[in-house]
Design a protein around this ligand. Structure first.
Ligand code: PEP
Length: 257
């Protein structure tokens, strides 16, 4: 089955109004010169959602479609109320957010997010009509102990159990923790092997498992993107560092189908 690929930038906690403007201008100019075959999104810090939404409105294509989809880097597991600092799925929806990352390893590691928290975040996002990008991945120690398959299946199964048939609307991102921001990338064969495990799990959970996109993330860059994206179960990329440099991000976009 052919799945349209998705290239999603994760700006993490980077940017400023001026720097974002310049980055968006350069990315958009490149996308106008060479129209992407894939979908493209940027997951930006919450304070910049309005800036990117306004930018989307000024740069729609002839059919009125935004050239870049807007994503958030997190979403609250709560609906509303006394949760200081949290941003709800409905608030994200107000800003035209299409995707929300859930369970990025940096949040699992630094904010203590558990599989249950991630599953609840996915539920909130889906209820608001936002596509969650569910991150799963093993640490270096877990890989060395031969635990990779067990870990990613456990992380995904929490999401499946809480969300049932709705998981046909999610995007999964396999992000080996040891590859994020380290310059170390899983080889295409290593990544494909884990994607195949996740694909089988999705297919066992829903009849739509074949069409759920599974992205790879972890030091994907202009040089390694084409080979990774050519793997049968790699349907795009979640791109951190390289999404902050327009020429690199554009080369990754050009490598996608
Ligand atoms: C990420 O933040 O999801 C990521 C994959 O980062 P990097 O591309 O910098 O490894």
């Amino acid at each position: 089955m052919t799945r349209k690929q998705l290239i999603a930038g994760n700006w993490k906690m980077n940017g400023s109004l001026a720097a974002n403007q310049q980055l968006l201008d350069e990315v958009l100019a490149g996308m106008q010169t060479a129209a992407p075959r894939c979908d493209v999104a940027v997951c930006v810090p919450a304070p910049y959602l309005a800036q990117v939404q306004a930018y989307q409105d000024r740069s729609r294509d002839a059919s009125g479609r935004a050239r870049l989809d807007l994503g958030a880097q997190d979403v609250s597991m709560h609906e509303a109320g006394a949760y200081t600092g949290e941003v709800s799925a409905n608030m994200l929806r107000d800003f035209g957010v299409r995707y929300a990352i859930a369970g990025h390893s940096e949040r699992r590691q630094y904010q203590g997010e558990t599989d249950v928290h991630v599953a609840l975040k996915v539920k909130r996002a889906l209820a608001a009509g936002i596509t969650p990008i569910v991150c799963v991945g093993e640490t270096l120690r877990e890989r060395e102990e031969g635990m990779t398959e067990f870990i990613v299946k456990r992380q995904l199964s929490a999401v499946i159990h809480l969300n049932g048939h709705c998981i046909s609307e999610i995007v999964v991102a396999y992000e080996p923790v040891w590859a994020i921001g380290t310059g170390k990338t899983a080889t295409p064969a290593e990544a494909q092997a884990v994607h195949a495990v996740l694909r089988a799990q999705l297919k066992a959970a829903t009849e739509h498992g074949e069409r759920i996109p599974i992205l790879y993330g972890g030091s994907m860059n202009a040089a390694n993107a084409a080979e990774l994206l050519a793997q049968p179960d790699i349907d795009g990329g979640l791109i951190g560092g390289a999404s902050l440099k327009a020429p690199d991000f554009l080369k990754i976009i050009a490598s996608a189908a």
